[in-house]
Every structure is written in structure tokens, then in C-alpha cells.
Ligand binder design. Sequence first.
Ligand code: AMP
Ligand code: MN
Ligand code: MN
Ligand code: MN
Length: 279
Amino acid sequence: MTPANFDFHCHSIVSDGLLAPAVVARRAAANGVDLWALTDHDDLGGLVEARATADEVGMPFVNGVEISIEWRGVPIHIVGLGFDAANAGLVNGLNELRAGRIERARRMGDALAAVGIPGVYEGALCFVTNPSLISRAHFGRYMVSIGIARDMAGVFQHYLTPGKPGYVDHRWATLDEAVGWIAGAGGVAVVAHPGRYKMSGADMRRFLDDFKDCGGRGLEVTCGSHSPDHVMHFARLARHYEFHASRGSDFHGPEESYVDLGKLPQLPEDLKPVWRLVV
Ligand code: AMP
Ligand code: MN
Ligand code: MN
Ligand code: MN
């Protein structure tokens, strides 16, 4: 098979997306996606529904997840693709990772209360669609709803990013753990949206060295948060490291995402597409 429009990064209500897995599947198919992965944050709970709907509409599907890690103090996301979703190491690792989110969310609420915005943890809970997966996106949606900022970009910029009052440090998984869980379950690990991380070129290369050393094989080159310059830059790094290239919209919902499912530019032609490793 040679897909013309694969999309390997998006979210449903199983994490911080706005649509049910079945609805995301139908939207992907309607937008012309011909090979799809659902990649909810730290949770595999949407995969059965996603696959069933993908089967129904005749769209090939691979299992996906987006794992939250920290590398030398930098929060980073690792996408896993094509793994066995029943693998105990992966399932247990993700269970533990999710458990830490509740306590982190409480600390975020305390930190915001300390700057005069009380009740945000409780408010964010009203936006949560999976009780075991509370994310900054839920905080952002609640804070927009009470008029703290006009939109998500504003609330993240002023409250929810490093150095801002609602941002707290947190122990995520390690790089080794995340790549190990994915590879141990027969899947392929891919660095999500590398253009989003605040690190120097030297640190990015150090990170990619570590990622490759522990078994990572892919890099998102084309994605919802990459400019054309990012695409060129990370295409060069994919060639240098001999990584397979991924393409994913990072769609969360119709009102919130810059790029819809299946609406990304194609990968640079000479790169090895990551779907070859998972179909
Ligand atoms: P968390 O995993 O709890 O740290 O939350 C990260 C999530 O917040 C991302 O997956 C996005 O859904 C959302 N997010 C992060 N930065 C922004 C931003 N600048 N604007 C809107 N949403 C964002
Ligand atoms: Mn998200
Ligand atoms: Mn991400
Ligand atoms: Mn994502």
C-alpha cells in the first residue's frame, strides 16, 4: 500500500481533544486521510472505538499514543505507533504516568489561586472528558470560559507556559521509559513536533542522539505546529540521523486547531515515510 494522505497525530476526548474517537475517525476519512492513527496523550482508551470506526469507513488504522516525557528538564512528547495495545509494560507505564497528572493539576490550581485566580482546578475538571487525563488544555478552556484571556493562545502565553504563574514542574516519564515501552510493545517511537521545544541546536542534536541510542526511529517533520522553515530544518535532521519521517496534524477540535485532519502539506519526497515501518 502507498498512502497519499497519512495522518499520524491527533486527539479525542480520551485525552484533551474535543470529539469522540469515532467522530475523529469519520472526520479524518471525510478529509481524505487514507492511513490514520489516533494518538491521545498517555492513554490507549480510544483505540478500540477508533479502529472499529476506521474499519467501518474503510480507512486503514494503526494504534497510536503521545507520551509525555521530560529530558534534561525539557518537557517533550514522544508519539508511539503500531504497538500492541495490550502490552503490559506499555499499559502499566501509562497508568502510572496518568496518575501523576491529578496531583500536578492540583498544584497548578494552587499556583493560580496564589496569583488571585481561585477555583481553576475545580473549573478545569468540568472540561475534563476522561477522569484520568487532565491536561493544561482543560485549564486553558476553563480560563477562556471565565474571561481570563480571549483565546487558548492568550491563556497559554500568560498563564500556562514555563515561567508563568500556572505552570508547575512535573516528573513525567523518562526518554528511556517511553521509547522502551513503545518498542517493547512492538511499536515505533517518533519525536512529536520537534519545532516546539525551546532548546538550542546543540541540545536538539544531543536529544536526538539520546533518542536514537535508546531505540527511537522517527521524527515528525510535517505537523500542525511547524512552519515551512521547521519542515526544512527537521527534514535535514531526519536525513542526518536516518530517521523515518512522520506527518501529523495534531488535531484537537474544529475550533482549536490550526490544521485539520489530513490537511497538511506532503513530506519532502526524498524522506523515508514512517508508515513503512508500521503497515
Ligand atoms: P499537558 O500535557 O497537560 O502539559 O498539556 C499540553 C497540551 O496543552 C497540548 O497537548 C495542547 O493540547 C495544549 N497546548 C499546549 N500549548 C498550547 C497553546 N499554546 N495553545 C493551545 N493549546 C496548547
Ligand atoms: Mn493536547
Ligand atoms: Mn504534543
Ligand atoms: Mn498532540
